[in-house]
Design a binder for this molecule. Sequence first.
Ligand code: PLP
Length: 393
Amino acid sequence: MSDLAERAAKLDAEDALAKVRDEFDLDPAVVYLDGNSLGAPPKRVAARVEHVVREQWGRRLIRSWPEGWWTAPERVGEKIAPLVGAAPGQVVVADSTSVNLFKALVAAVRMNPGRDEIVVDAATFPTDGYIAESAAELTGAVLRPVPPDALDEALSDRTAVVLLNHVDYRTGRLYDMAAATAKAHAAGAKIVWDLCHSVGVLPIELDALGVDLAVGCTYKFLNGGPGAPAFIYVPAALQESFRQPLSGWGGHRDPFAMEARYAPAPGIARARAGTPDILSLLALDAALDVWREVDLADVRAKGLALTGFFIECVDELTGDAVEVVTPRDHRRGHQVSLRHPDAEALVAELTAREVIGDYRAPDVLRFGFAPLYVRYQDAHQAATTLADLLATG
Ligand SMILES: Cc1ncc(COP(=O)(O)O)c(C=O)c1O
C-alpha cells in the first residue's frame, strides 16, 4: 500500500462521520464526486416517496392538501433554517433558485427606492446573471457586473442591491459573507446571497450577519433529488417590505378565500407563488432528516480535510500536469477544481472508469466532496485514476 493509500485508510477509520454514509443508497462500484451538482439519495427518500404516492395521494387523494401538503413549504423550510443560521419563520421552500433569485432581486430593489444599480458578480453562475438582467429591466435598474474582489470600487449611493455567490461554482472559492455583507450595508445597499454551493457545506449565519435575502438549491449538498425545490430566506424584519414580483395565490394572505385582489401573506409565506411541487418537496423533507444527527461543524471540518487530502494526492501523483484552481487555504467550499486543456475528455474517461466528477467549460474538472458520504479512499482513488489517465495520455 502506498503512503497515501495508508493515510486514506487511517483517515476513514478515524472519521466521525463515517457511519452517516450508511444512510445513503450508493453504488459501491462508483466513486461519486459530483454531490456539488446532484447529491446522492438518502435511503429514507424512496420509502417516503412511495408513501406519499400510495397513501397520501393514492388513498387520501385531495384530502391530503389540508392534511399537511399545503403547509409543507414552510414546514420543510424550518428544517433548512438551522443549516443557514435562521430563526424560525424565515425560510420557505418553493420554486427553483432562478425563480427565487428573481423574487429576491426585484424585492430588494423595491426596498431601496431612489437607487438604480444591481451589482452582480461578473463570473457568477449564469442563471444569476441572466435573472439579474431581467430584474434590472423590470425595475428600471442598471446591471453592473463586477469581480467580487472589486466590490469596493463598484459600490456607490446608486447601488440598490448586490448579488453574490457564497461559493464560486467554477473555482470553489468561498467568499467572506460577513465582510461583503458589511460593505454592502455600509454603502446603503441590500445584499442577496446565492447559497447553492455552501448550504450543507459549512455553518452559515444569515441572522447574525444581518443578511437581507438569500436563496439556495436543495439538490446539491442537501441531497433533495433532481429538480428538488429551492428555498428563500427573508428575515422577519424585512418581511413586511418584501414585495416580490410573482404575486401568485400561493403567497396570498388567504389563498382559499379566492379574493379578486392580491394581498400578501403576513410572514414568510408571501415568498411563495403557486402550488408546491409535493413529490419533490416531500422527498426533500425526508432527505433533510439525515441532518438531524449531524453537526455542521463536523461536516465543515471533514470537507476541508477531504478536499485538502485530495489536493495533496493530486499534487503528489500528477506533478504539475494539472493546475489546482481552488484556493489551497480555507477559502474554499467542498469542491476542488483542476485546470487542464483536455478537461472535457479527462472527465469523460474518468466517468468511464466509474469516477464521477464533472466538467465546466472551457478547461475545468470539478470534484465535489460531500462529507456525509465521500470517503478519503474515494479522494485517493480519484486522484490515482486521474494520474493514470494523464500518464497514459
Ligand atoms: C450558484 C448557482 N445558482 C443557481 C443554480 C441553478 O439554479 P436553478 O436551480 O434555478 O436551476 C446553480 C446550479 O448549479 C448554481 O450553481
